[in-house]
Design a protein around this ligand. Structure first.
Ligand SMILES: Cc1cc2nc3c(=O)[nH]c(=O)nc-3n(C[C@H](O)[C@H](O)[C@H](O)COP(=O)(O)O)c2cc1C
Length: 351
């Protein structure tokens, strides 16, 4: 069996990355006209969205609650994710806005963004976070622009000292993922504790609620002195095998419910593509209501809908249609990754 869609997505990602490497890197020193239509075909997917009027709207913040969700968003994709984070944790939203609005015309925006990047611009921001000292945890969200963060996000990150805080990036993108921006944030804020972020395809942002909540569920956040859980109920399962055990925290979705109904269960786990440990249950797992697919991260527990099985990712894999996130491995990832073929594994709910 092979995952045709998965491979196709992988090749698209490779081609897009190759285009970016060719067009973005060298173009930093080339005339801006070189970034015209056709040079970056994948990013032009937003043209129709940008055709509509779009205005920078600063978001009102309420009293500090320990968690800040700061984000830059030009066409609303990143803002959608920011809203769900704020809904989940009840923190404060802050939209990073520039004093000078960006053009609505897509090609003009591409040119300006590239010019800003090439000159290392730091666009002035129109608002400031009041009482940054009151936040223990700062989510920072942005779209990927030319395989980097928008320069306005650099302005933001250089304006505040986030030392001692937990910083969690999230981004939306056309296909190039984080593009190394998590590492850039770590270098800009060396005193902050950086947690693994999430990268969501812009065109799937609106359908990625379960994926985002699943990611949030895997973050054990200490905010304002309290341990906060991402969902009302935290579901934990244990994988027990010859050499030990692993624990995963899952979010409450129809897919997870279809798993829980079958637990405890002893299954055979096998390797898939040198990146996943997969298992089948007596009944196929349901992918009812799940998004079309997502880009898995190491440590994810997912369901591959067309096969109805469970996959635990111990290596990176590209976006795949049919994949839906169930949760994250909390401990024992190395042991799971080292399982031999046909390993007998008992899975049971422990919390
Ligand atoms: C100026 C510009 C440059 C972009 N460059 C990239 C890129 O290098 N890689 C990529 O995957 N997507 C790129 N995109 C697509 C955006 O990252 C994507 O559409 C994102 O979801 C937009 O988020 P927003 O709606 O929050 O503004 C670019 C978009 C724009 C406008």
């Amino acid at each position: 069996m092979n995952r045709t869609g998965k491979m196709f997505s992988f090749f698209i990602a490779v081609i897009f990355t190759a285009i970016l490497l060719i067009s973005c890197g060298p173009l930093e020193t080339e005339p801006l006209q070189a970034a015209g239509e056709g040079t970056v075909p994948t990013v032009t997917m937003e043209t129709s969205v940008l055709d509509g009027a779009w205005e920078m709207q600063p978001v009102e913040t309420s009293a500090p609650s320990g968690i800040l969700v700061a984000y830059f968003s030009r066409t609303g994709n990143t803002e959608t994710i920011a809203g769900w984070i704020q809904e989940t944790f009840g923190g404060d939203l802050f939209q990073i806005c520039t004093e000078d609005a960006y053009p609505e015309d897509y090609n003009e925006l591409l040119d300006i963004a590239q010019q800003e990047q090439a000159t290392g611009a730091r666009p002035a921001l129109s608002g400031q976070v009041q009482h940054m000292e009151a936040y223990d945890t700062v989510f920072i969200g942005y779209p990927i622009w030319w395989a980097d963060m928008p320069m306005a996000v650099y302005t933001f990150l250089e304006e505040y000292d986030l030392s001692g805080k937990t910083v969690i990036p999230f981004c939306t993108h056309g296909s190039s993922g984080f593009s190394g921006t998590q590492e850039i944030i770590a270098s800009l804020q060396p005193g902050a504790k950086l947690l693994e972020g999430i990268a969501v395809r812009g065109e799937q942002a609106a359908d990625s609620h379960a994926e985002v909540v699943g990611w949030l569920a895997g973050l054990s956040l200490e905010g304002a002195g309290n341990t906060v859980a991402a969902s009302g109920e935290e579901i934990r399962i244990r994988f027990s095998f010859d050499n030990g055990e692993a624990i995963a925290v899952l979010s409450d979705t129809p897919t997870v419910q279809s798993l829980l109904m079958q637990l405890p269960a002893t299954v055979t786990m096998n390797d898939y593509a040198g990146a996943e440990k997969i298992a089948y249950f007596s009944e196929s797992l349901s992918d009812e209501g799940a998004p079309e697919g997502y880009d898995p991260q190491i440590g994810d527990v997912a369901c591959y809908g067309p096969w109805g099985n469970m996959a635990v990712f111990y290596n990176d894999q590209p976006y795949a249609e049919g994949l839906c996130l169930m949760g994250k491995i909390e401990s024992g990832m190395d042991l799971l990754a080292a399982l031999p073929e046909n390993a007998s594994v008992t899975i049971e709910r422990v919390g």
